[in-house]
Design a protein. Structure first.
Length: 380
C-alpha cells in the first residue's frame, strides 16, 4: 500500500459508489447516480489516462442495426428479442443526444448505407424481402416511416466501384467520438464526480457491508457499492461473466480533395464499416477475417486485417484515388453468444454492465442508467 494520508482522505475515504471504467457506460452510470442522489460520493476508477476500451476508439457511428445484421441476428434469436435490443439502441442514442446535445457531439444525420456487390445478390434479395416488415416494427420504435429503403441511385454519387446495390437507413447518424467523451467527462466533473485515472483495479471482493478494491499496485480502498463497466475486460474481475473481448482495427486516410463520401457505410453484416470525417475516410473492422486472433484483449495491428481493409478501400471505396493512411489504432469491445447486454448485480453490492456487442455509442447511455437504477433502489 502506498496511498498517503492525504491521498486516501481526499480521494478515497467514504466512497458510496465506485465505478470501474470511465467509458460511456461508466460515466453515464456515474452521472445518473449523482443526478438522482447528489449527496452520494461517486468515484470513477480508470486504468488509463483516457478510457481504455472502445469509448474513445470507436468509429463514431450512431447506428442501431443494418438489415443484413438484423437478419443474421434472427438466425439464432427470436424477433421480439432482436428488436428489443434495437429499441434499447435507439433509446440510448436519444439519451446521449439529449444529455450532450447534437452540437457538442458534432452529430450529423447523413444516413447509413449498406453495400451489396454482385456476389451478394442472395443476401440483398433476402434483405429486400424484409424491408417492409422491419420498417413496420421500426415505425413503432422510432415514430418514423420507411427507415430502410433501397438507394441504388446513390451508388455513383459516392463514387463506389463494384457495388450493385445500397440499402439506406435514413435515421443513422455519425458523431465525433472524442468530443462525445470529452463532454461526458466535463459533465461528470461538474457534478462533483471524482475521476481517478491511472488506477488499475486488480481485484474486487464482497465483504459484509462494503466492497474491497485492490489496485495492481497493491493499494486497497473500499466502497459501499461497485459497478464493473469494463466491457471487453470484465472477465479479469468477474470470470463468470459471459463476455468475450474482440479487437477492432481502424484506419483514417489523409485528406482527400473532392471526397464524394458522406454518411456511415456497412458491408458484410456490418463487419466492415467506413465513413467520412474531415474530408478523410475512416475504415475499420474485418475481424471476421481472422476471428481467432481478433478475439483478444490485446491492442495492436495485424497485416492480415490492415491489408484486407486497404484492399477494400482500393477496390470499392476509393478506386483510382491516391491516398495514404494518416492514423491507425485498435479498440477492444465486448461480445458474447447473444447481443443482449449484461446488466445485473453479481453479489449484494457488486454490479456489472457489460457486453455491448459493438454498439456502445448507441446503447451505452441507456445501459449506464439501467445499472445505476439497480443501485438507486437502495436509496429510494
Amino acid at each position: 500500500m502506498n496511498l498517503s494520508y492525504w491521498e486516501y482522505n481526499a480521494f478515497f475515504k467514504d466512497i458510496d459508489v465506485a465505478i470501474i471504467g470511465s467509458g460511456i457506460v461508466g460515466l453515464s452510470a456515474a452521472i445518473h447516480v449523482k443526478e438522482q442522489q447528489p449527496k452520494l460520493k461517486v468515484v470513477v476508477l480508470e486504468r488509463g489516462f483516457l478510457p481504455s476500451g472502445a469509448s474513445t476508439k470507436n468509429a463514431g457511428f450512431g447506428c442501431f442495426g443494418s438489415v443484413s445484421e438484423l437478419l443474421s441476428d434472427l438466425e439464432d434469436t427470436n424477433q421480439d428479442a432482436v428488436f428489443a435490443i434495437v429499441e434499447k439502441r435507439w433509446n440510448g442514442l436519444q439519451k446521449l443526444r439529449s444529455r450532450i446535445g447534437d452540437e457538442h457531439l458534432d452529430y450529423k444525420t447523413y444516413g447509413g448505407f449498406e453495400l451489396f456487390k454482385k456476389s451478394d445478390a442472395n443476401t440483398f434479395d433476402n434483405c429486400v424481402n424484409k424491408i417492409n416488415a422491419f420498417n413496420e416494427i421500426l415505425n413503432d420504435i422510432t415514430g418514423r416511416q420507411n427507415v430502410y429503403q433501397i438507394a441504388d441511385l446513390k451508388i455513383n454519387t459516392f463514387g463506389f466501384s463494384q457495388v450493385a446495390h445500397l440499402i439506406e437507413n435514413t435515421l443513422e447518424g455519425q458523431l465525433n467520438t472524442g468530443r462525445m467523451m470529452k463532454n461526458l467527462i466535463q459533465l461528470a466533473r461538474s457534478l462533483d464526480i471524482e475521476l481517478v485515472n491511472g488506477f488499475s483495479v486488480d481485484q474486487i471482493h464482497q465483504q459484509e457491508q462494503k466492497v474491497k478494491i485492490v489496485s495492481s499496485e497493491g493499494d486497497v480502498i473500499s466502497a459501499k457499492q461497485v459497478i464493473v463497466a469494463t466491457n471487453g475486460f470484465a472477465q479479469k474481475l468477474l470470470p463468470d461473466q459471459q463476455v468475450t473481448p474482440a479487437r477492432n482495427q481502424v484506419m483514417v486516410t489523409t485528406p482527400i480533395q473532392g471526397l464524394q463520401l458522406k454518411g456511415c457505410f456497412h458491408y458484410d453484416e456490418g463487419y466492415i464499416y467506413f465513413r467520412n470525417i474531415d474530408n478523410r475516410v475512416l475504415i475499420g473492422g474485418a475481424r471476421n477475417q481472422d476471428p481467432e486472433n481478433e478475439t483478444t484483449s490485446e491492442f495492436g495491428l495485424t497485416n492480415k486485417i490492415t491489408d484486407y481493409l486497404h484492399q477494400f478501400l482500393q477496390q470499392t471505396v476509393l478506386a483510382n484515388i491516391n491516398y495514404h493512411i494518416d492514423y491507425h489504432w485498435s479498440g477492444i469491445m465486448g461480445i458474447g453468444n447473444t447481443k443482449k447486454p449484461i446488466v445485473q448485480n453479481v453479489s449484494p453490492d457488486i454490479y456489472v454492465a457489460v457486453r455491448l456487442g459493438g454498439m456502445g455509442v448507441a446503447i451505452g447511455s441507456l445501459i449506464g442508467e439501467e445499472v445505476a437504477e439497480l443501485i438507486l433502489k437502495k436509496y429510494n
